[in-house]
Design a binder for this molecule. Structure first.
Ligand code: GLC
Ligand code: CA
Length: 588
């Protein structure tokens, strides 16, 4: 059984609660409709009041914004719209003064096509930086399975690219470049060319840039799609049967651990929070452990973001969603909780800037909005791992009721819809409206709801993306006034984590893996004063559910430490749980 760690084995990033800020949508200080860094500084006290320990800032670097900052044209400069380097320093200091750490997004699988490296790279075949990216000659379509009509080439160029890979944002992963008559690889938008990590100079430049930021006092990195950096030798065709033909080839490539090992040795240390975003389907746990085991056996990342729970409601077709089932959701978490129990550490999230809002997806954002938002929070803050709160989650912010394509801003939503309309697969937005409402990344990107004013207090100007009309009743001002709100509940959970080691370090044991609506588990830790045990009981349903405690716990005296309903329970007993009821029992 896990015991409370000695001081030298504690890690701040295991004990922390991380708050994710998507700057474009957080707070606009100058009325141009776009959130910015001075806007975040204005809210530093808000973050301190909530009690979070660390901020993960989505990209704020110079960028032409083809993908909202994930297309970086200068890694050492701040995007004008967001402010200046001195604003950034003021933000760092404002957070540090409040004991809030700061981690930055590291986007180095690709750069912007407007980065000086790529501008040079595309200028001629012998350019100094030519090899910083993946340039290849095209092929004669004869003898390939590819249709030249599917590719955008100038008249007279009857070529197809070197392989059949598809972009994660839809369409081909290769773009033809007129200037030198070759193709370059882009696993995301065509304005996001992939960097060639085989080239040592690329790696050196990336590592130097990371050091440059560390010298400026940051506390770690969130590493964007970091398991895509190593491409397989010969760039072989992908299996076209996959949803996105690429995944089977580009994910966890042959040299990824070598590159990360180099990064670990040259740049990182264990006191930094490093979290690697790992795209793809189910990841073997050995691979996961390798990423998060300290060096030299492992790559030494603190933790990773996997996507397995984000895939449960995905249908076979791009526009199809299916109902997720609780036993499947539990199975994913149980696998990861067990898989990283001895070695490694988990991240805990149910939404972020790329995913719909968790209360709309996993809860009941209508009748049991408050109860289900609190239940999901209880889950995230009482599993073993580091919880990530995505801005607005602490208010119970919901998905957006999209009515037309005019309200959509995201390339990953727009590109596939525009392609599908062009290719006649769908007639109009109406055909995909439900899917957009359920899944579009823009659900997460509507402005933070500070109050019930016109633009929810986010801006005095015209917001770059529409504000959710439910700001009238879901907003910071109201939740702070209401002691029973989702927001105050988050504060309680954050406090509980800092008060009780068992929440951070305790063993996780699932008790109801097959139950359709109950998720029940214990967390247990050996401490100097004996054994500390919590029992967590969650009713994932808009109906009442009978709870029949396991025999070895039944009848034990217990306080309910946290709950989203009034309870006067003083023992673990047979009971009827109310809709979305969550209880954390303290068994002492
Ligand atoms: C990651 C980011 C996402 C971005 C993509 C390409 O998945 O979270 O927002 O579009 O990488 O950089
Ligand atoms: Ca602004």
């Amino acid at each position: 059984m896990a015991s409370a760690p000695a001081d030298e084995n504690r890690r701040w990033w295991k004990e922390a609660v991380v708050y994710q800020i998507y700057p474009r949508s957080f707070n606009d200080s100058n009325g141009d409709g776009v959130g910015d860094i001075p806007g975040i500084i204005e809210k530093a006290d808000y973050l301190a009041d909530l009690g979070v320990d660390c901020v993960w800032l989505n990209p704020v670097y110079e960028s032409p914004n083809a993908d909202n900052g994930y297309d970086i044209s200068d890694y050492r400069a701040i995007m004008d719209e967001f402010g200046s380097m001195s604003d950034w320093k003021a933000l760092r200091d404002a957070l540090h003064e409040r004991d809030i750490r700061l981690i930055m997004d590291l986007v180095v699988n690709h750069s912007s096509d407007e980065h000086a490296w790529f501008v040079n790279s595309r200028s001629s075949k012998d350019a100094e930086k030519r090899d910083y990216y993946w340039w290849r000659e095209g092929r004669d379509p004869e003898g390939t399975d590819l249709d030249p009509d599917d590719y955008d080439t100038p008249d007279g160029v009857e070529e197809v690219p070197p392989n059949n890979w598809e972009s994660f944002f839809g369409g081909p992963a290769w773009a033809y470049d007129d200037q030198t008559g070759e193709w370059y690889l882009h696993l995301f938008d065509r304005k996001q060319p992939d960097l060639n990590w085989r080239n040592e100079d690329v790696r050196n430049d990336v590592f130097e840039m990371m050091e440059w930021w560390l010298d400026r006092g940051i506390d770690g990195f969130r590493m964007d799609v970091i398991n895509l950096i190593s491409k397989p030798d010969g760039l072989p065709d992908a299996d076209p049967a996959n949803d996105i033909a690429t995944i089977d080839r580009a994910v966890n490539g042959p040299r990824v651990h070598e590159y990360l090992g180099e990064m670990r040795d040259r740049v990182l240390d264990e006191d930094l929070l490093t979290v690697g975003e790992m795209v793809g389907d189910e990841m073997p746990l050995e691979t996961a452990r390798r990423y998060v085991t300290p060096g030299p056996e492992g790559d030494g990342l603190s933790m990773i973001f996997h996507f397995e729970h984000m895939l449960l409601d995905e249908g076979d077709e791009v526009w199809e969603t299916v109902e997720w089932e609780l036993p499947e959701l539990k199975a994913v978490f149980d696998r990861w909780q067990a898989g990283l129990a001895e070695e490694g550490w988990n991240s805990l999230y149910l939404n972020n800037h790329d995913q719909p809002r968790m209360v709309s997806r996993f809860g009941d954002d209508d009748q049991y909005h408050r109860e289900s938002a609190k239940l999901l929070a209880t889950l995230l803050h009482t599993l073993r791992g580091t919880p990530y709160i995505y801005q607005g989650e602490e208010l119970g912010m919901t998905n957006y009721p999209f009515e037309s394509l005019d309200e959509v801003r995201d390339v990953a939503t727009l590109n596939p819809i525009q392609n599908a309309i062009r290719e006649g697969e769908i007639d109009s937005f109406e055909d995909v409206k439900d899917a957009v409402r359920a899944k579009s990344r823009d659900n997460a990107r509507t402005p933070m709801q500070w109050n019930d004013a016109d633009h929810a207090g986010f801006t005095d100007g015209d917001p770059w993306i529409p504000v959710n009309p439910n700001k009238d009743h879901i907003n910071v001002e109201d939740v702070r006034d209401d002691p029973d709100s989702v927001w105050h509940y988050y504060r309680e959970l954050i406090d509980l984590r800092s008060e009780r080691d068992v929440v951070v370090y305790g063993d996780y044991e699932p008790l109801t893996p097959d139950h359709e609506s109950l998720w029940v588990y214990t967390r247990t830790l050996e401490t100097d004063d004996g054994r500390d045990t919590l029992l967590v009981v969650l009713n994932f349903a808009s109906d009442e559910t009978a709870f029949d405690p396991p025999a070895d716990l039944a009848g034990r005296a217990a306080d309910v430490l946290v709950s989203n309903y009034d309870t006067d329970v003083d023992a673990v007993e047979v009971d009827i749980l109310r809709p979305w009821e969550a209880r954390v029992y303290d068994l002492g």
